[in-house]
Design a protein. Structure first.
Length: 232
């Protein structure tokens, strides 16, 4: 994706992380850079939504800031006569979820989730997605099997199988997909010392009645969020 301004002024690295704080705070032309960043992110969000046949963008500059999402942006610095171009992006963020395990427990967790992922059509199947994904795993100090994925497309499912040998084995009741190994060796799990048992306590298994009630409420609020997103 080419723009009529210099991409290299906004994204210094081949893969640049845009987090909750503005990267331009101490720069003299920060307003202009921020406006251009907004144009790029909003454009990426629209392209991704179109590629996934969604009726509205799930990624915008404002939503990403409000929700503390982290965006990894891949660029080609030489394209467009040196102005550079944007090849794709990957968006992650933590979400409070109820995750079903093999025993049918709903576990209350706060895992890192992949929320949006897009590579420009002209650059797909050339390894750009993998480059973004590996960079994210390294920056977030996690592994692919520990992520929850929000409504993965068939291309993304194929990508995860090919590059990370991941298979979704436990169907979930929400839109998120988890893979074999999700519950294994998580660094965000702590042992429950108060009970003296070996049970992992960072995620709490809930009784069926309690979790069904929470899931129902979540579905209703999900619906509200989606309707808001679709109106944008
Ligand atoms: N059909 C099927 N599988 C595909 C396709 C396709 N058209 N394109 C990529 N893949 C998968 C395949 O496994 C492919 O391997 P193969 O070519 O040997 O079959 C592998 O991805 C290629 O890996 P990369 O080149 O590293 O990935 P790429 O740069 O193509 O990026 C991505 C993958 C981001 C999924 C890209 O295809 C894309 O933008 N798709 C459209 C948008 C989309 O579906 N995004 C995911 C939405 S779900 C979410 O974000 C939570």
């Amino acid at each position: 994706m080419e723009f009529d301004f210099n991409i290299n002024h906004i994204f210094p690295d081949e893969v640049t992380l845009i987090g909750e704080k503005s990267p331009f705070r101490n720069k003299t032309n920060s307003r202009l850079l921020e406006r251009n960043l907004q144009i790029v992110i909003d454009t990426l969000g629209k392209r991704s939504a179109k590629a996934q046949q969604l009726t509205g963008s799930i990624t915008t500059f404002l939503k990403s800031q409000l929700n503390n999402h982290r965006l990894f942006i891949l660029k080609d610095d030489c394209a467009n006569n040196g102005l550079g171009c944007v090849i794709g992006f990957l968006k992650v963020g933590k979400k409070r979820l109820f995750v079903l395990d093999r025993d049918g427990n709903h576990n209350e967790m706060n895992p890192l989730c992949v929320l949006d992922f897009y590579v420009h059509e002209s650059q797909q199947r050339k390894g750009c997605g993998l480059c973004l994904f590996k960079h994210m795993l390294s920056m977030e100090a996690t592994k692919a099997s520990h992520l929850a994925i929000d409504r993965p497309s068939h291309k993304f499912i194929s990508f995860l199988k090919k590059h990370f040998n991941l298979w979704a084995t436990i169907p979930q009741v929400n839109n998120f997909v988890i893979f074999d190994g999700f519950f294994k060796n998580r660094s965000d799990m702590v042992r429950n010392s108060s009970s003296g048992s070996d049970k992992i306590s960072q995620f709490r298994p809930l009784s069926r009645a309690v979790s069904d009630g929470i899931i129902k409420r979540n579905r209703q609020s999900d619906h509200t969020v989606m309707s808001t997103a679709l109106k944008d």
